[in-house]
Design a protein around this ligand. Structure first.
Ligand SMILES: *[C@@H]1O[C@H](CO)[C@@H](O)[C@H](O)[C@H]1NC(C)=O
Ligand SMILES: *[C@@H]1O[C@H](CO)[C@@H](O)[C@H](O)[C@H]1NC(C)=O
Ligand SMILES: *[C@@H]1O[C@H](CO)[C@@H](O)[C@H](O)[C@H]1NC(C)=O
Length: 523
């Protein structure tokens, strides 16, 4: 059976070349262990009387026509009766150029040349790729940035060429490295996603040109250092809120899960819609992320602790007519971030940005600039901050003063001070006059006491005027602590009302300090 197979093999491989002047040249390929049959005279059914086979110019075996008969079992090389050379059990080293000299009946001579190639392989192509992990389907994966070493080995006789080739998303079949030898190594330092693909080692017998391949798929996994992002998005239905957890730049897809229990879903963006009434101040919302590259227990996560909004800013602002004024509101507390807007009036009309109103955001600060202020702009403004938990407001009261009213106030102050100076001069004169007998006798002791009284009177009046002209602003506050009481505390520029306003303001200030903070606008 083995012989038949070997002969068949020879028939397939033998290629008879040019036949000129009664000589032929044939190339034969045989593998070690095969039986090789090297033909001599094949043109007709004649038996050569003498056949000599030479290899590389040296005689190897001689056979007489008919007398040679089948080769004795113990001889590996034998001339068959038709002159062909039979090699049993071809071995490496049998390759070479064989020449047959045959004497045909009628004393004709005939020469035939046979080139015998002994080749084997490539066989046992094996590859190893480190440092990688094998998936159940045989595909390997490694972590982005790793050092990956590729090794291939195979065996061929007499020699082979090994080639590592790569087929990836952006390359069809690039040859990476190629060399002769029994093994071939190369490595990729800092492996990248673009190195993901199929790596094939091809072994080619340099003589027979037979090839053998071994391919391995290599995946390059990666996770970012950063944690997943927990975000909040409003839902059109205001009773619900949507939390979204995203973790992009991960391969393959991570598993995400909201909360500490339940199944991970294979996705890089996972949303969860919650009924607003299920949320509470201080509640922690957490998203867990799982990936093959993260060891169990080393899952990444993001979370936030819900906090209601808390807009802060100056509750009282004054501006001169025809100037621009900017109201500021800082919302830094809210988690998740609040939607913060400026509103006008007790009806809280939305403020539409335009030539009159300019809105700007600088980090957590939302600014409203009112252009060319007029008396109509005076009143209450709200900085309204809303997050899934709550709505909170900062009230700001804007006072608009006319240039005329301040000039008028100035004139009144001037007249008042002038009157005081004249008045005190009169008092001093009167005092001096009534004490004129002591001036000469008793010195200035009595006089200085009286003058001190006058001076302290003037000082207290000065303070009064100062309070009227420049309102003292209460400390920074916010929606929870602001009350309308404070808003109306700004004294009018009319001097006539100053006295009463001042005394009532004093009472109201006490009220602010003793009363519990009260939300004007509840939610
Ligand atoms: C093997 O499994 C991995 C991950 O499931 C997949 O990406 C890859 O395409 C699979 N390879 C083959 C050859 O099926
Ligand atoms: C939200 O929850 C509240 C209280 O549990 C319930 O009354 C309300 O119907 C829920 N809303 C929706 C849209 O499910
Ligand atoms: C400011 O407003 C007044 C009317 O309120 C107008 O007459 C004036 O032209 C405005 N000034 C500017 C600079 O727009």
């Amino acid at each position: 059976m083995r012989i038949v197979a070997a002969l068949l093999h020879l028939c397939l491989c033998a290629t008879a070349a040019v036949s000129t002047d009664g000589s032929t040249e044939t190339t034969l390929k045989a593998a070690p262990g095969d039986i090789a049959l090297l033909p001599c005279y094949t043109a007709g059914n004649v038996t050569p009387s003498l056949t000599t086979w030479m290899k590389n110019e040296r005689e190897v075996v001689v056979g007489g026509g008919g007398r040679g008969g089948p080769a004795p079992a113990e001889r590996r090389l034998a001339v068959l009766h038709d002159g062909s050379l039979n090699i049993r059990g071809v071995m490496p080293g049998d390759e070479g150029s064989y020449l047959c000299n045959a004497t045909l009946p009628g004393n004709h001579t005939f020469q035939a040349r046979v080139l015998l190639q002994v080749t084997s392989g490539p066989e046992s192509v094996s590859t190893s790729i480190t440092s990688t992990t094998t998936l159940s389907n045989g595909t390997l994966y490694t972590k982005k940035g790793s050092l990956v070493s590729f090794n291939c080995s195979a065996s061929s006789y007499p020699s082979q060429r090994l080639t590592w080739a790569f087929r990836g998303a952006s390359s069809s079949n690039d040859s990476l490295v190629s060399a002769s030898g029994s093994w071939l190594d190369f490595r990729i330092e800092n492996v990248q996603p673009g190195d993901q693909g199929v790596y094939s080692c091809r072994a080619e017998n340099t003589v027979s040109h037979e090839t053998a391949n071994k391919s391995t798929e290599l995946l390059v996994y990666y996770v970012p250092d950063r944690h997943p992002d927990c975000m909040w998005a409003p839902v059109s239905d205001s009773t619900h809120v949507q939390f979204t957890c995203t973790w992009h730049g991960v391969y393959p897809m991570p598993g995400l899960r909201w909360g500490d229990h339940g199944l991970f879903q294979v996705t890089d963006s996972l949303s969860m819609t919650l009924n607003r009434s299920l949320l509470s101040d201080g509640q922690t919302v957490k998203c867990m992320a799982q990936h093959q590259l993260l060891d169990p227990g080393k899952e990444k996560s993001c979370s936030f602790t819900l906090k209601p909004p808390f807009p802060e800013g100056e509750p009282l602002t004054a501006a001169l007519v025809a100037t621009d004024v900017t109201l500021s509101c800082t919302e830094a507390a809210s988690t998740p971030p609040a939607n913060t807007t400026w509103r006008k009036g007790l009806q809280q009309d939305a403020i539409v940005p335009g030539s009159k109103y300019i809105l700007s955001v600088e980090g957590p600060v939302l600014k409203l600039t009112i252009v060319n202020v007029s008396k109509d702009d005076e009143g209450v403004y709200f900085c309204r901050s809303e997050n899934p938990l709550a709505v909170s407001e900062l009230e700001v009261y804007l006072t608009v003063k006319t240039a005329a009213s301040s000039a008028y106030t100035g004139a009144i102050i001037g007249i008042f001070i002038a009157a005081l100076i004249v008045g005190s001069a009169v008092i001093v004169a009167k005092t001096i006059y009534s004490n004129r007998h002591r001036i000469c006798l008793g010195g200035f002791g009595q006089l200085e006491d009286d003058r001190g009284d006058v001076l302290s009177l003037v000082e207290s009046d000065d303070e009064q005027i100062f309070q009227d002209a420049v309102p003292q602003l209460p400390p920074i506050t916010n929606g929870h602590h602001t009350t309308l009481v404070q808003i109306h505390r700004i004294p009018s520029s009319d001097h006539e009302e100053a006295e009463t306003a001042d005394s009532s303001a004093q009472q109201q200030e006490d009220t602010v300090q003793t009363d519990e903070p009260e939300d004007l606008v509840s939610f």
